[in-house]
Design a protein around this ligand. Structure first.
Ligand SMILES: [Zn+2]
Length: 414
């Protein structure tokens, strides 16, 4: 009996070992597409940069032709001959955040963007679309990709050192999160691995991640930097680091990002990954999370544990900030436009949100969220997406994460 129970436990722990194959004409390879998005506050251009093909596909294998969330942009891949939608995904970008800044009113700038798609065996048409905060299309590019194109790069080279922090199954069947070191020298990698373990422990202190832990792989990837720490431009401090990240993004003190997305993805060659967390070796407070792009947080600030989970709420689950300021105006949310983020509502279309959860576990309509004290509502008084002191996600955010995990893995969640 004991043996059967042990066997059952082994099966349930490794439930995601069986991965379903990708349907033809998709193959077990990854097509990486690099773009440059450029423009001003009111103009926007998408240009193709380069294509690469790598072995293996770590992304989802179900719901390939549908979206979990609308996002601020989408990428779609159609079979060029039949017109059938083969794969799509949604995302947000730093470029679109920058478009809302004062700087964007007076200068044109460009930003790198990198997307991973399953490699097709037949010619495909890839379309990238960007939306503004009113969900209107601001830019669109369609281009054909022929898999026999000799100029599709096949990058080789070394693979970075990795260490499993949480291994639940094969990359083909679990959600693969890589944790990257930024600003750690080769001599500081033991510290980095400890920090990565603290990050995963922080996730497991949140009920929804604890319940769904067997759907995730968390792998630490050692990317040594020449110098220790990260750049702080307001102090005139520039460091030579693996990912070239810096504080003061868009002149905002706490906003720590990297603009070097191509370099980051280059460094990950040979590692299966879908979602990215970057840990910065500094005690200065800051970070950021961009939906389906990356989370970046500082590993040695006292608030590291809640912040890494909060930022992952943005980058993995597309959750909005639930905090707000009394005196600050946001130009992101409008009374007649329902935000696509699942944890806030303008009540333009509340039935698409947490109506079914109302009245349970303190769920209701609480005014204030998305940086606005009026006109935007959240689902609970407090949440990981509102404060660093509250211990968990609210029921609305937890349910959003559960739905997303179910979407990615094609399995029911507890
Ligand atoms: Zn919440």
């Amino acid at each position: 009996m004991k043996r059967i129970l042990t066997l059952l436990a082994a099966f349930s722990a490794a439930w995601c070992m069986v991965a379903q194959p990708l349907p033809a004409p998709l193959t077990e390879q990854t097509l990486r597409v690099d773009y440059v998005f450029s423009g001003t506050d009111r103009s926007c251009t998408i240009a193709l940069d380069q294509l690469s093909c790598m072995d293996g596909w770590a992304g989802r294998r179900v719901h390939l032709d549908s979206l979990a969330l609308r996002g601020n942009g989408q990428i779609r891949m159609h079979d060029a001959q039949t017109g059938r939608l083969l794969y799509c995904n949604s995302f947000s970008t730093l470029f679109q955040e920058w478009q809302a800044t004062e700087e964007a009113t007076r200068v044109q700038k460009s930003f790198e963007n990198v997307f991973l798609l399953p490699m097709p065996s037949v010619p495909v048409d890839i379309t990238v679309v960007l939306f503004d905060f009113r969900h209107r299309v601001t830019a669109r590019l369609t281009h054909r990709v022929d898999p026999s194109d000799i100029l599709i790069r096949r990058p080789g080279g070394g693979t970075p050192e990795t260490r499993d922090i949480l291994r639940s199954g094969s990359p083909a069947s679990c959600i693969d999160v890589v944790i990257l070191s930024e600003g750690y020298t080769a001599d500081e990698m033991d510290t980095f691995y400890q920090d990565a373990a603290v990050a995963v422990e922080s996730f497991m202190n949140h009920r929804v991640f604890r319940e769904l832990r067997d759907r995730f792989n968390f792998v630490a990837v050692a990317l040594p930097s020449a110098e220790s720490g990260v750049s702080v431009p307001r102090e005139g401090l520039w460091k030579d680091t693996a990912l070239g990240s810096h504080f003061d993004t868009f002149y905002s003190d706490r906003y720590l990002t990297t603009l070097h997305l191509k370099r980051m993805h280059d460094l990950l060659t040979g590692v299966p990954y879908e979602h990215i967390i970057i840990l910065a070796n500094t005690d200065t407070y800051g970070g950021g999370g961009i939906f389906n792009s990356y989370t970046l947080t500082t590993a040695h600030h006292a608030a590291f544990r809640p912040v890494v989970v909060h930022e992952f709420g943005h980058s993995f689950a597309g959750l909005a900030d639930e905090y707000f300021y009394d005196d600050q105006y946001s130009n992101q949310y409008f009374p007649d436009v329902e935000p696509w983020e699942q944890n806030i509502t303008t009540r333009a279309d509340f039935s698409s949100k947490w109506k079914s959860l109302m009245g349970r576990d303190g769920v209701g309509l609480f005014e204030g969220g998305g940086y606005m004290s009026r006109g935007v509502w959240r689902g609970s008084d407090d949440c990981r997406m509102r404060t660093n002191t509250y211990p968990d996600f609210c029921p609305v955010c937890s349910e959003s994460i559960r739905r997303l995990v179910s979407f990615y893995t094609g399995t029911a969640t507890p």
